[in-house]
Design a protein around this ligand. Structure first.
Ligand SMILES: [Zn+2]
Length: 155
């Protein structure tokens, strides 16, 4: 881990915060000791609730590397990534994350993702989100079609 990369993430976060683009969050993606992308939270600036720093950085790195597979990349985040970002990090096959502040620390200033962890832990019983599994043959058929698709590309 390099303090320098975290410093870049902090600088990014501060930039976004000062421009009122989003909360105090930054992320940097590094490969072979080189910065591929750096980003800050842009939820306020873009009205995109998914524009967390990590997601923005992953999108940029994927675009630059022209690959959805970011294996071998490392991510520096000023805060422990939320469940959405952790999921995106897994889908991107990033296997190493360095983070500055904890989930509890950001919850104490109003960024509480505890509700999402509740949904993940308690499943459908979490009261904040209504989820219903409907029997859907046409949805299932999509999976069969994918399975049989001869030129499918796994990701
Ligand atoms: Zn996030």
């Amino acid at each position: 881990m390099s303090d320098n990369f975290m410093d870049v993430a902090v600088e990014e976060a501060r930039k976004g915060m000062q421009n009122n683009e989003g909360g105090p969050f930054g992320a940097v993606i590094v490969k072979n000791g080189k910065i591929i992308s750096k980003a800050h939270n842009k939820v306020l600036g873009t009205n995109d609730p998914s524009a967390h720093a990590e997601i923005v950085a992953i999108r940029e790195a994927s675009s630059i590397l022209e690959n959805f597979d970011l294996s071998g990349c490392e991510l520096y985040a000023t805060t422990m990534p939320c469940p959405m970002c952790l999921s995106a990090i897994c889908w991107a096959r990033i296997r190493k994350v360095y983070y500055g502040t904890s989930t509890d620390e950001v919850a104490s200033i109003g960024f509480d993702d505890g509700m999402i962890y509740d949904i993940l832990r308690k499943g459908a019983s979490a009261s904040v989100l209504e989820k219903t599994n409907v029997e859907c043959e046409s949805c299932r058929k999509l999976l069969d079609e994918w399975e049989k698709k001869p030129d499918k590309m796994m990701y």
